[in-house]
Design a protein around this ligand. Sequence first.
Ligand code: GLU
Length: 479
Amino acid sequence: MQDTAHQSPKNEPSFRESVDLMYERATGFMDISPGLKQKIRVCNSTYTVRFGVKLRGEMQTFTGYRSVHSEHAEPVKGGIRYAPDVNQNEVEALAALMTYKCALVEVPFGGSKGGLAIDPRKWEPDELERITRRFAYELIKRDLINPSQNVPAPDMGTGEREMAWIADQYKRMHTTDIDSRACVTGKPLASGGIRGRVEATGRGVQYAIREFFRHPEDIAAAQLTPFLRGKKVVVQGLGNVGYHAAKFLQEEDDCQIVAVIERDGAVINENGGLDIEILKRHIAETGGVADFPHGQHIEDGAKALELDCDILIPAALEGVIHGENADRIKARLIVEAANGPVTATADKTLRDKGVVIIPDMYANAGGVTVSYFEWVKNLSHIRFGRMQRRQEEARQELIIEALEKMTGNAFPEELRNAFVSGADELTLVRSGLDDTMRGAYGQMREVWRRRAAEGVDLRTAAYLIAVDRVQQSYESLGL
Ligand code: GLU
């Protein structure tokens, strides 16, 4: 995405200030003691490490962070981001969001986040491996990577490959730990990953939007027409999250992706939309969206955030919708696939305009949800569905046999396969993710609808639920 991470206007609250302001606003609706309110808000600790790796004939120094926001539940969880301008404030804001996210979707983890100030595109894979292993070594040494204490995952600039290196590094340093694979999630299958993790965050965004469109009252609040089919969508960032969300919405829900914003501008097609697969291939081949033959290219990508569309999905950086452009946003529904894409100032403007925002801590919780499944899989040392699948199929066959005997009719052939097939790992992961997304949305919307007149929106509702859960676990700990 845009190299200028913080393109928000000068007097805009920073990402961290925005998270704090949103927290303050939400807790204003709660019955919580000032002391506990402060304790839950602050970040417990942030470890900064500067380490050297000899590369290209020269000692290179790198700066990395691992921040732990809340240990009310352990392990703490959250991705590791590789970006040139990663800093302590950003990592702490992201760690706080992880605490609330996990609490909201009932994933039994505290919140953490890590970052390495590096532009991963400037290094060769073998160099990145050495840098990653060295960073992991520093964190593992201090139990900031550990199956029972702190479990990282991918984030911006990292993916399966980096997680496999981290898992292997942990294994080398804990050769007898039978649970070592649970030290990190988002690993490739061959290193103990789980099916469906790569697309999990994008899938979760799709499930969140689908769930929103199951509630006529919520659709009406956003002043949208019923049904997701045919909705015009603008997506910012075609990285892992944005790509999967856009692809699923286009291929499975018949949405029209009218614009995609990338590092080198935006590509727009308001007549029928962009084919995401073809566009993704174009980006992989050329490095950007410019020259894409099936759309119009504009250099100032941020302008496309203001296009006339139904749903806007910022899936890139924080702070992209701010005090200066919020008023010009035309989408009626904003789905925060990225963390913190809307500043606190913009949040107020959009709320006043009646725009509905599905907040980051819910919208992008699919990643950590499936990470949770992966962690459980690693600790149980068995693939989901392995024991039951064939037994389920045998029972379904029996039911078919009984039905055929009882009715004297043959079971419809076209239904047979779907009816008989037992659930495999991917099916179970999707089912668990869908259940999580529907459940959390139901809880959020209940608070939102009940307290809308007081000024409670979906984000505030999400905070109210999450902070209440953290508060309860502090209280049960006797703190
Ligand atoms: N980096 C992702 C997030 O921000 C995933 C975290 C995880 O799976 O632990 O939610």
